[in-house]
Design a binder for this molecule. Structure first.
Ligand SMILES: [Zn+2]
Length: 464
């Protein structure tokens, strides 16, 4: 029985889908104006673990993750770089997907783009206007928060002190600035992307995008909505107001929010020099699987303090798990099966599931996995492990890893000439200034435990 902490009820609740065996979930995706940093990817990895665990439990999962390709920061970026909207957002969308692949994040069933859903957004605005939730001012359309009595129910915001009729046009703002928010923004600046609508030429506000895309693919009421904790207000609060204001139905059953990530104990920021993208860490020689492991090793509802030292520890932990898998696969036990292994298997499976069922407590689940490893080593040392036990153990390891996604396929040890050929390939890519290919080769090698160091005497390598 899976229990999830629901931000809306502020309690731990038993999870059951609204509709039989199918779970309908929506996760706010990236705003594609820059490379994603590891704080963003903590959320995407935690949503991926939820998605995978629901499948492990036997549910059909319909998971939608949008790509926000129109928003304040995107417009600033495209105008600064003098690029078209498609050119600017197309590049960062592709880069985002590459990082997802590196971190072994499974693709959601649908990844819709905001700018491809203008008619659905206009339809919601029309319904909101019909229901008396909107007003127009200076060519923009606003949602009147005092027209929606439930406003604040997700974030716990009290509306007293809110300036009646005061408006906010920006996509992001603080709780203290709760105001009527913009649904449709009149085009103002030169070169700003704009679309026609019954409310004038303009573009959608960020919040409206997610209401439109989630309801388009999942229906007016669905099971789970995920995102980072920074989205609770105003983004998700506004999504509820727009969606329920338009449909009159409850929008989402479970709101699931991933906590912040700190780096070396501090809030990550470019000015502090503790700001990391996934690709930077890979270029420094960290393996993507160690990054994923570290991101998921702390339960998603707890703040994670990301330490570069921790990546070394993650690497060692993964090595230990890969070693036990290898030892079991190669173990030459007596014919038959040993009752002790059956006990070990049951305990490991139950321990893993108990952790995951407890609001996806991945640290408990990992503890069960390490106990499994220790018990298996003890059983093999004592000769209490039969040849017929191998399949069951490998199957459970694979099943657990279908959720964690950190062990990967068993890879052959890379031989020295193979490594040197790869380095030569990378050097030639660098000479022809194909830095993308060069980085890709470095990443491939890092993934297989080979660290490169470029020195004035040429590229040196070592095994991790
Ligand atoms: Zn969203």
């Amino acid at each position: 029985m899976l229990r999830l902490r629901n931000t809306l009820s502020r309690t731990l609740e038993e999870f059951k889908p609204l509709d039989g065996n199918t779970v309908r979930m929506y996760a706010c995706g990236p705003t594609v104006y820059d490379y994603g940093h590891i704080g963003n990817f903590r959320t995407f990895v935690s949503v991926d673990v939820l998605h995978r665990y629901l499948k492990y439990l036997g549910y059909q999962v319909r998971h939608i993750m949008n790509i926000t390709d129109i928003e304040d920061k995107i417009i600033r970026g495209m105008l600064t770089e003098r690029k078209s909207l498609e050119e600017f957002t197309g590049f960062y969308s592709q880069e985002f997907l590459k990082d997802c692949d590196a971190l072994n994040i499974q693709r959601p069933e649908v990844m819709p783009y905001a700018t491809k859903h203008l008619p659905q957004m206009i339809e919601i605005m029309r319904r909101l206007s019909d229901n008396g939730h909107t007003y127009q001012s200076d060519g923009s359309l606003y949602f009147s928060i005092s027209s929606f009595p439930g406003y604040g129910k997700l974030s716990g915001l009290k509306l007293e002190g809110n300036l009646a009729g005061a408006r906010v046009d920006v996509d992001e703002y603080e709780k203290a600035d709760a105001r009527d928010f913009v649904l449709w923004k009149a085009a103002k600046e030169e070169g700003e992307p704009r679309w026609p609508s019954p409310f004038g030429e303009g573009r959608p506000g960020w919040h409206l995008e997610c209401s439109a895309m989630s309801m388009e693919y999942l229906g007016e009421s669905f099971d789970i909505h995920c995102g980072g904790v920074d989205l609770v207000f105003p983004h998700h609060e506004n999504e509820i107001a727009q969606s329920e204001g338009a449909t009159g139905k409850p929008f989402v059953r479970f709101w699931v929010h991933t906590e912040f990530l700190l780096v070396e104990g501090q809030k990550m920021s470019k000015s502090k020099g503790n700001y990391y993208t996934v690709r930077q860490l890979i270029e420094q020689g960290h393996s993507p699987m160690a990054i994923r492991y570290l991101l998921l090793s702390v339960p998603y509802r707890t703040q994670l303090n990301f330490m570069l030292d921790g990546l070394g520890g993650a690497e060692t932990a993964l090595e230990g798990l890969r070693n036990i898998r290898r030892r079991v696969a190669d173990f030459d036990g007596a014919v038959g099966s040993h009752p002790r292994v059956l006990e070990i298997l049951t305990r490991a499976r139950e321990g893993f599931e108990a952790g995951m069922n407890d609001d996806l407590n991945t640290s408990k689940a990992l503890a069960a996995l390490f106990e499994f490893r220790r018990d298996l080593n003890t059983a093999m040392d004592a000769g209490e492990f039969g040849a017929d036990d191998r399949a069951g153990v490998l199957e459970l390891l694979e099943r657990i890893d279908s959720v964690l996604g950190v062990l990967g396929e068993e890879q052959e040890l890379m031989l020295d000439p193979e490594i040197e050929a790869k380095i030569e390939e990378r050097n030639s890519a660098r000479r022809s200034r194909d830095f993308k290919l060069a980085d890709q080769i470095r990443g491939e090698l890092a993934e297989r435990g080979i660290i490169l160091e470029d020195t004035p005497q040429g590229t040196k390598w070592k095994r991790r």
